[in-house]
Design a protein around this ligand. Structure first.
Ligand code: SF4
Length: 232
């Protein structure tokens, strides 16, 4: 069981879309990032995100990142304004990586939002969808290691032309998983989610980085991915 992971709420305006570098837009990769939360209970030993939040967590250090998620509850409203402000950008720069530094699809985050009868990610998706309908077309790249993304499968299905989901793996072996990622969903669960999303024609990309192993382990992962889940 993961240790008690707290949640806290940050209300008010935020910078919803963050350019990759302050002074210029990164020409390849993903020009913008969007993180609805800060903090993650999955406890990956290789996680670099606490460094990203160094300023916020200067006093509390690395542990704070793994012990508490802060939910930016009004982010969708800020996003709407950002998208309006950036609508004249050239098309190739309208790409955003979502959950880049913190996984939103944590049971703790979703429970807190459910208790408040709110669905922040749904609101974010709706904002992007409304802009898309009005010609401001952004491509969304949603990162996660969590099967809980399935709760949005119906929305993702409708928005499939503008969505790419990225599921990451650091090893193909369940036996090695807990040495690397303390509390993430199992490999089997992630494979099931990939299959469910794929069956709905939602584009899923698999990321093997950081990855522990070489060609043999990568081949193992590839085999797992190409095999129907019930045969695992
Ligand atoms: S899932 Fe991502 S953000 Fe969460 S601990 Fe692992 S690497 Fe860090």
């Amino acid at each position: 069981m993961p240790p008690l992971h707290k949640t806290s709420i940050r209300s008010g305006a935020v910078n919803a879309l963050n350019a990759q570098t302050p002074s210029s837009i990164y020409p390849y990769g993903f020009p913008f990032t969007l993180n609805p939360t800060m903090g993650c209970s999955f406890g990956c030993k290789f996680c670099y995100s606490p460094l990203t939040y160094r300023k916020n967590f200067a006093k509390s250090g690395r542990d704070h990142f793994f012990n508490e998620s802060t939910i930016k509850i009004d982010l969708a409203e800020s996003l709407n304004k950002d998208l309006e402000r950036l609508k004249s950008l050239p098309q190739h720069l309208k790409r955003v990586q979502i959950n880049e530094t913190s996984d939103y699809y944590l049971s703790e985050v979703l429970t807190e939002l459910d208790n408040q009868n709110r669905d922040l990610m749904m609101k974010i998706l709706e904002v992007f969808q409304n802009h898309w309908i009005n010609g401001n077309k952004w491509m969304l790249h949603i990162l996660t290691k969590s099967h809980l993304i399935e709760r949005h499968i119906n929305k993702l299905k409708v928005m499939r032309d503008m969505i790419q989901v990225e599921m990451s793996f650091s090893t193909p072996y369940e036996s090695q998983l807990r040495d690397l990622e303390l509390f993430t969903p199992t490999i089997k669960k992630r494979l099931e989610t990939i299959e469910k999303l794929s069956k709905e024609d939602i584009f899923v990309r698999v990321m093997a980085m950081p990855f522990y192993g070489g060609v043999t382990e990568l081949d193992e992962l590839k085999e797992l991915l190409l095999m129907p889940v019930h045969k695992h």
